[in-house]
Ligand binder design. Structure first.
Ligand code: NAD
Length: 493
């Protein structure tokens, strides 16, 4: 493997991160860079290149050249599959360093990142390696003397934009299927979360990906991101991030008349019916909202509880949550690390203040902590808010759970479906018939029954309503990264 000093030539830990364009590491055209802050200390630990529109144009040109003139397009599905398998192997081999970067960049508990995120991204590449070999079209019976078949073909240059909360996993979710289908990529990760993408770029090159097939431009959303979504050389966009930014991306895609996959915000409800084992249901509810310090698009942030057990569930939450360890992400005992950036924590503080003004009862938490200079926020439960409070309706993206009682199944479903989001939803009950009946009525791309967060590379993933459109993962992902061509050949002499 190329020395990581090529990626960080200045020597200091993570200092001087570069752009990866056309198989070469280089500085941004302007020479500008952005500081990387460790959210567990608030200190700068390095820098990344701050790309502008000219860097993005170079990356798109390199990708176009790789697609039109390079060897990549001549590769068979089997060739692509082999390189994806190799990438999966390198991800596992370099798992410690990838996890270390991710943890320092966004404050993820290191042990959980090593166990969860690294496995997940390696599995994604391994799964897509099998998809690369299973791309197929079909034959059609025509009314004339002709033979017809369909082909699934790559779009060409895919512009991929990813958020800060699961930098590695969500990048893999786009890169692996886009490559499996034979596309080339220009990727812009979130400005707060680019360290793992830098190493991934090198690992993919080391795995044998031809120059220009994967290009990395780090920088600001408003500059590099905006240049990427509006660039006329992009054939397909794939975006994961907030619904607010997603609307701008959708507008840019419409302007250039290109397809886009939208993985946007969420505000999942978790319904607890009165027949549950309360101990288990509360455990599921807690893990569902504290995971990744609540910076999780599918976090179960709205707990809807049958009125007969409402106060018991609240008491149980108040008893168990203070036992969670909030602290240093490098400590294996830590359950919640810091929020990824100070501005994200400030946002959570504003919502908790608003909850108090709206008459909410803070049952536990409700406080920021600055241990070691980090951006921590205690896991927080707020009861008694009205369903139309902004705190209930909007995505907070922090470790905050609102809890509301319901009287009937119909009311629970109506409350669950009452937000503009529809990414994930869940319910807990021992009544099998009710479980299926309610799951069918929830407006969400993913429904969990008696569990939370279970996911897999083989499962289609995506939202409804303002949580987005298009699907990632599962065999369905090939719909997002290929287009269909019909080929007709005359059978007349
Ligand atoms: P964000 O929308 O602020 O940023 C996402 C990405 O878009 C970043 O790379 C950013 O630099 C870029 N960006 C910002 N402005 C841009 C512009 N004008 N043009 C082009 N790109 C621009 O989101 P975030 O704060 O990084 O991530 C959190 C959000 O992402 C939450 O809403 C969360 O629910 C959502 N999310 C969704 C999923 C999913 O799969 N549906 C997964 C993870 C996160």
């Amino acid at each position: 493997m190329t020395e990581t000093s090529t990626i960080f030539p200045a020597g200091r830990l993570f200092a001087g991160g570069r752009l990866f364009i056309g198989g070469q590491w280089r500085d941004s055209a302007s020479g500008r860079s952005l500081e990387v802050i460790d959210p567990s200390t608030g200190s700068a630990i390095g820098s990344i290149a701050d790309a502008d529109a000219s860097d993005v144009s170079d990356a798109v040109a390199a990708a176009r050249h790789a697609f039109d003139d390079g060897p990549w397009r001549g590769w068979t599905g089997r060739d692509r599959s082999e390189v994806l398998v190799k990438i999966a192997e390198l991800v596992r081999e370099h798992g410690d360093e990838l996890a270390e970067r991710e943890s320092r960049d966004v404050g993820k508990p290191l042990a959980a990142c090593r166990r969860g995120d690294i496995n997940s991204v390696a599995n994604q590449f391994a799964y897509c390696a099998s998809l690369a070999q299973s791309l197929h079209g079909s034959t059609r019976e025509l009314q004339t003397a002709a033979f017809a078949h369909t082909r699934r073909e790559p779009y060409g240059v895919v512009g991929a934009i990813t958020p800060f909360n699961f930098p590695l996993v969500l990048s893999g979710t786009k890169i692996a299927p886009a490559l499996a289908a034979g596309n080339v990529i220009v990727h812009k990760p979130a400005e707060e979360a680019s360290l793992s993408a830098l190493l991934m770029a090198q690992l993919m090159a080391d795995a044998g990906l031809p120059d220009g097939v994967y290009n990395l431009v780090t920088g600001l959303g408003s500059v590099a991101g905006n240049a990427l979504i509006t660039h006329p050389g992009i054939d397909k966009l794939t975006f994961t991030g907030s619904s607010r930014t997603g609307k701008r991306v959708a507008a840019a895609a419409a302007e250039n008349l290109i397809p886009v996959t939208m993985e946007l915000g969420g505000n999942a409800s978790n319904i607890i019916f009165d027949d549950v084992d309360i101990d288990r249901a509360v455990g599921t509810a807690i893990s569902g909202f504290v995971f990744n310090s609540g910076q999780y698009c599918m976090a179960g942030t709205r707990l809807l509880v049958a009125r007969s057990i409402y106060e018991r569930v609240l008491a149980e939450l108040a008893e168990r949550i203070p036992h969670l360890v909030v602290g240093d992400p490098r400590d294996p005992a830590t359950d919640l690390g810091p929020m990824a950036a100070e501005r994200h924590r400030a946002n959570v503080e504003r919502y908790v203040q608003l909850a108090r003004e709206d008459g909410g009862r803070v049952v536990v938490g409700g406080e920021a902590r600055n241990d070691g200079g980090g951006f921590y926020y205690l896991p927080t439960v707020i009861a008694d808010l009205r369903n139309d409070s902004r705190v209930v309706q909007e995505e907070i993206f922090g470790p905050v759970l609102t809890v509301q009682p319901f009287d009937t199944e119909a009311e629970a479903i109506s409350m669950a479906n009452s937000t503009v989001y529809g990414l994930a939803s869940g319910l807990q009950t021992r009544d099998l018939v009710r479980a299926h009946r309610v799951a069918a009525k929830l407006d969400a791309g993913m429904v969990w029954i008696n569990t939370w967060s279970k996911n897999d590379a083989s499962l289609p993933f995506g939202g409804v309503k303002q949580s987005g459109y298009g699907r990632e993962s599962g065999p369905e992902v090939l719909e997002s990264y290929t287009r269909i061509k019909s080929v007709v050949m005359s059978l007349e002499d």
